[in-house]
Design a binder for this molecule. Structure first.
Ligand code: FAD
Length: 436
């Protein structure tokens, strides 16, 4: 993607806001903007059919109670299949072969954070279910129809118009200070041009929209990859998540509801390895993979059986230098691309959506435009405070628990034992997991 000067085109429509990316963050933002009665375009490179029925991608998302509250407000929560929502009661953190586990219990969590949500640490839901619920709640209008209609008829229509199967090719934005009558502009794959008062980048941690508008980002490539899949096992998980910082590998287990076919205990399993080793595990035949994972989990769950496809993600954390730019705001992973270990990515994505809509609404009450510099600056400050400390703390945990020299091993084990004994620490972690 590159920036270019504004072309003139008769294939052009103007919107209040153009959102690039209809991942869970972009969809949630479009939905959250509805009460503002704006004209919103949502541009997504994936075809509409894939948005309406997203494929399983291996990710089981741990949602905080705060996120559950937001998803209820956005009419997404009730759309999730009941058996796709699994309670996350406790979280156990283990180190190496040490049988000790630091346990963060739901009893450590603050009560009543979101009305009507029982006192769990959080809930696990498949990413594809979240995407589907978000798409159904939004029920976007067809952007193609908008272009087919005579422009004078649709000029005042509000709603969300979806341009699916269209990647943004070029981006341009005029600075509000120097060009108050200017606008932001994106050019789609087929050459159509969308202009807007405000552009929102929701196009992943590697956001090309952000980059095209000159916003640098700090990136950390861990040189590791994460394999995610669903497995059944005979030993109960008691709805406790595991984060097991072993040596040479990190294992995680996210408790799901029982397998509907066999009734066996079922978990989302996450294996993190140096990227050079991952291919060998990823391509094992299913029966060999079962044996390998049972061994890697030291038989703690009994014989494990693969019951889904396997998906591998490279581990790259990204934090942009700015969260806003000229007529631009970043949300979701485009604003903060977390390491998944602390399960905050989409939770922070929802917070970014909530914060941006709150600031746009506040700006409107004060008579300010959507791209007003003070409105965007306030959003940046609010979301920076919400995301930056969590991002840095996650980086710290990840660095500590991937060091395997003898002093680091001692420190790793001591930290868990001290954490277990120190109730304020446990309560702080529980508050972070619930999103308090
Ligand atoms: C293994 C794993 C486990 C995770 N576990 C958790 C968890 O437990 N809890 C949690 O909160 N988070 C978790 N996350 C993070 C979570 O999945 C992400 O934070 C979330 O998916 C980000 O959503 P997004 O909409 O910002 O970005 P994405 O999901 O990356 O969506 C971006 C969208 O933009 C589109 N796009 C990109 N470029 C363009 C373009 N040029 N034009 C048009 N469209 C474009 C893409 O097609 C895509 O649909 C996990 C992530 C991984 C990988």
């Amino acid at each position: 993607m590159q920036t270019e000067t504004l072309p003139t085109s008769d294939k052009q429509r103007h919107f209040d806001i153009v959102i690039v990316g209809a991942g869970p963050a972009g969809l949630s933002l479009a939905q959250a903007l509805k009460p503002l009665s704006l004209r919103v375009a949502l541009v997504e490179q994936t075809p509409r059919d894939s948005l309406a029925a997203p494929a399983f991608d291996g990710r089981e998302i741990a949602l905080t109670q705060h996120s559950v509250g937001l998803m209820k407000q956005l009419d997404m929560w009730a759309r999730l299949p009941a058996d796709a929502v699994s309670p996350l009661r406790d979280a156990r953190v283990m180190d190496g072969a040490d049988p000790f586990a630091m346990t963060i219990s739901h009893n450590d969590a603050p009560a009543g954070i979101a009305a009507g949500v029982p006192s769990e640490l959080g809930f696990l839901v498949g990413n594809h279910h979240i995407r589907k619920a978000a798409f159904e709640a939004l029920a976007p209008l067809d952007g193609e129809a908008l272009f087919a209609a005579p422009s004078q008829d649709d000029g005042n229509m509000v709603g969300t118009w979806l341009f699916a199967g269209q990647a943004v090719q070029t981006v341009h934005s005029a600075d509000v200070q120097t060009a108050p009558d200017g606008c932001a502009q994106v050019v789609l794959t087929d050459g159509r041009v969308l202009t807007a008062d405000l552009l929102v980048a929701a196009d992943s941690r590697h956001s090309s929209t952000r980059r095209a508008l000159g916003i640098a980002a700090d990136m950390h490539d861990f040189g590791r990859s994460m394999l995610v899949c669903v497995m059944t096992h005979p030993v109960p998980h008691h709805h406790a998540a595991w984060e097991w910082f072993d040596y040479g590998q990190t294992l995680a287990l996210l408790p799901m509801n029982p397998c509907p076919d066999t009734g066996l205990y079922r978990s989302s399993v996450v294996l993190t390895l140096p990227s050079s080793e991952m291919q060998g595990v990823h391509t094992l035949a299913a029966s060999e993979f079962n044996t390998e994972l049972t061994r890697r989990f030291a038989d703690r769950l009994g014989p494990m059986t693969l019951v889904s496809t396997r998906h591998v993600y490279p581990l790259v954390a990204v934090y942009p230098r700015r969260l806003v730019g000229p007529r631009l705001a970043c949300v979701g992973d485009a604003a903060c691309g977390m390491h998944p270990v602390t399960a905050h990515g989409f939770n922070l994505g929802l917070k970014s959506v909530d914060a941006l809509v709150a600031e746009l609404s506040r700006g409107r009450r004060l008579g300010r435009g959507l791209a007003d510099a003070t409105v965007l600056a306030r959003y940046e400050r609010v979301h920076w405070l919400a995301s930056r400390p969590t991002y840095l703390a996650t980086q710290l945990v990840t660095h500590l628990y991937t060091h395997e020299a003898a002093p680091a091993r001692l420190l790793r084990q001591a930290a868990l034992r001290i954490g277990q004994r120190f109730a304020p620490f446990r309560r702080a972690v529980a508050a972070s997991l619930t999103g308090a």
